[in-house]
Ligand binder design. Structure first.
Ligand SMILES: Nc1nc2c(ncn2[C@@H]2O[C@H](COP(=O)(O)OP(=O)(O)OP(=O)(O)O)[C@@H](O)[C@H]2O)c(=O)[nH]1
Ligand SMILES: [Mg+2]
Length: 164
């Protein structure tokens, strides 16, 4: 029989050290990286996670990355999860890059993972959603008890029409 699993692609992008790899490991600590991607399979779905480190959302790297991501994912079955350390500075950069990101990632649903909520002076979900108009998850990826929040957020993005 042919492979009829649903294919979902999720790109985690964000500045160096904001917690992208920790987030993938929070979902599945045994996950193995295949080059630049990580694959997590359930009976019905194959989730492929991509990770891109981007300093200041620089255009060259982003456009190279988006070309491969778009080539290897299915329109509307792909997600861009922008990971931030939730500082004012990082969220501001993200906010100013949003329009550009939208142009690079068509037919892609967007969400924000507002990581590092355990550290001081972090913006909360309400604040970030106001600034960016994107659905946002507050999390601390080093906290294993936040795993279900992360899974629920991803399920919510996958099952909702908002965020496009
Ligand atoms: N306090 C705190 N530390 C975190 C959190 N998430 C990740 N870290 C730590 O931050 C460091 C960087 O995390 P990574 O997951 O490697 O970050 P990354 O975005 O993959 O980094 P690059 O791949 O280098 O761009 C590690 O030491 C993590 O343990 C968090 O929510 N709170
Ligand atoms: Mg990493």
């Amino acid at each position: 029989m042919k492979d009829e699993k649903k294919q979902i692609a999720l790109a985690l992008i964000g500045q160096p050290g904001v917690g992208k790899s920790t987030i993938v490991r929070l979902i599945d600590e045994t996950v193995e990286s295949r080059g630049t991607t990580y694959v997590i399979e359930t009976d019905a779905v194959r989730y492929t996670f991509w990770e891109l480190q981007t300093s200041s959302y620089e255009p060259e790297r982003l456009s190279i990355f988006s070309t491969s991501f778009l080539n290897e994912s299915i329109p509307y079955n792909r997600y861009l999860l922008i990971v931030t350390n939730s500082t004012q500075e990082d969220v501001n950069q993200l906010k100013y890059s949003k329009r550009y990101l939208r142009s690079l990632f068509p037919k892609t649903k967007f969400g924000i993972i507002a990581n590092m909520q355990d550290l001081k002076d972090r913006l909360n979900r309400t604040r970030i959603e106001k600034m960016t108009s994107l659905p946002t998850l507050e999390i601390s990826a080093i906290n294993e008890s936040h795993r279900s929040r992360l899974i629920n957020f991803i399920s919510y993005l996958i099952n909702s029409e908002s965020g496009l």
